[in-house]
Design a protein around this ligand. Sequence first.
Ligand SMILES: [Zn+2]
Length: 334
Amino acid sequence: MQLDHPSSDKIRSIKQLRLQLLSLTKELNKTTEQLQLLELHEIGSDQPHDENIHPEEISELIRKQNKISHEIITVKKRIQKLSAKTILKVELIVLPILAILLFYGTTNHYQTNILDPTDPLKTRYLIENLQGQAGDTYKHWNIAENTPLTVSIVNPDHLSQEKINVIKEAILSTTPMHINNDLLGKSPQDGTSEYYEGWKGALNTIKGTEFYVPNQFSVIESDSGPGQIVIVLSHLEDPDGYSGYTRSVVDDSQILKSFITIYDADKLSDNRLAAVVRHEFGHALGLPHANDPQDLMHATIQTNYPYISECDITAVQSLYDGNTDGNAYCRTNS
Ligand SMILES: [Zn+2]
């Protein structure tokens, strides 16, 4: 999925349409008011055909009302069409009714991506050494440049190919996304923040680190789980309600193998599945949790934008520059 920057032409057309809509709405309100006054007058009158009442006037007003309503719908549809790929600031106070329509119109393409904030995804991870002792030191991969990491997907319950593709996309997509800061509650409000849908795209932006950042992945499906990163899709529910779990085996200097388990994988929606995979893959690359609840790498994924942030990318960069003392994680300054 790609979020395009709205072209200035598009914004201008939308602005014009919204102005048109505003004047139409005013006109509609005026007409409705006139009509209500006339009707009130008629009810209050003893004679149904009071000299001052002109039934033609009422039907004329009703016709006008219908015509304006129809025009409003047409304009709204045009706005929705134009803004289908545009995130708009909606003036909630000026046009409350329109705002609701616009809101749905402009966020439709997002709806499928929004996680239910009341149902965050719980995740945990573990780093252990070859003796099976858990540790809290952060490690990174230490592989030769341009060597692909093999990622195997173990799918004993035969989840659909569609789900497998969702997982592959979370790793291999190179699509950047630009999300308006005002939606994210970030500053500057009129700016945008860059995110990535897949790790490959995010990692491609990192250059010149001390250790080579893996950015080539050979994703295969295999029930024997070969390769460096193994993703097991389990239909079992974790008793503690976790959706994802990553266990990395490390030695003194590097990550040797990472095991990712996705629980209840068959019941997760595509977007939740993608979010968990993105998060766990961050652990598999060596990242600990972020302290910002709005970040993908927060222990419970609760953001509406569960994509790889600039903050996560900086953390990977720091980790592969040899900062393994736990400072290589995404944190907010606020
Ligand atoms: Zn986690």
